[in-house]
Design a protein around this ligand. Structure first.
Ligand SMILES: CC(C)(COP(=O)(O)OP(=O)(O)OC[C@H]1O[C@@H](n2cnc3c(N)ncnc32)[C@H](O)[C@@H]1OP(=O)(O)O)[C@@H](O)C(=O)NCCC(=O)NCCS
Length: 163
């Protein structure tokens, strides 16, 4: 059974292993790289673990998604979704969709968030298909307002656009 949940910072090694696996297996999907992150220290992995949500299969993390918020007066209404990854052997079973919908549901309850940004590599069909119905309008940096969710979404499509 799949559950979407956070992990306590003490489980940072599991979070680290999943993130490093994602960077190794899918280098074209992410802006960052294995080489940059492999040397992060425990404090940094704990911080990242606290910011992420995980898809847990029998308690073991098999997917992850991170949502961070702008920290300036002019950007704090913007949520950025990063690092979406599902273990290759668990793909195509709705886990990515479940993680994204969990994040969007959480944002719906945050009164000050009105925009969600997610950038995908347009050549990656699974990533595009995952992101479009939930948040986005296809095209280049177009926007739409989904009043029901009080979220407007924006997505950039482009060969060099990385999540
Ligand atoms: C993108 C990713 C997270 C999707 O995870 P997943 O658990 O397989 O996704 P789901 O099973 O929930 O499918 C999500 C949507 O993508 C579609 N999809 C899934 N795999 C697909 C594939 N190989 N080709 C085309 N569409 C695909 C599904 O049909 C689904 O759309 P629907 O809900 O409208 O039917 C996963 O493929 C992955 O980790 N990719 C590598 C990292 C990456 O590209 N991250 C960026 C994501 S924005």
């Amino acid at each position: 059974m799949i559950e979407i949940a956070s992990l306590p910072p003490e489980r940072w090694k599991e979070s680290r292993d999943l993130r490093l696996a994602s960077l190794r297996l899918e280098p074209a999907a992410f802006g960052s790289s294995y080489e940059e992150e492999v040397s992060f220290d425990e404090t940094e992995w704990k911080r990242r673990t606290s910011n992420a949500l995980f898809a847990l299969e029998d308690g073991k993390p098999v997917g992850t998604i991170t949502c961070i918020f702008g920290n300036h007066l002019k950007t704090r209404h913007v949520a950025h979704i990063h690092g979406v990854f599902v273990d290759p052997s668990r793909r195509g079973r709705g886990i990515g969709r479940k993680m994204l919908e969990t994040v969007l549901d959480q944002l719906k309850n945050k009164g000050d968030i009105v925009k969600v940004q997610l950038t995908v590599n347009s050549k990656r069909l699974a990533a595009v298909n995952l992101s479009e119905p939930g948040i986005c309008h296809s095209g280049t940096a177009e926007e739409r307002v989904e009043s029901r969710r009080r979220i407007s979404g924006r997505i950039a499509h482009g060969e060099n656009a990385l999540i």
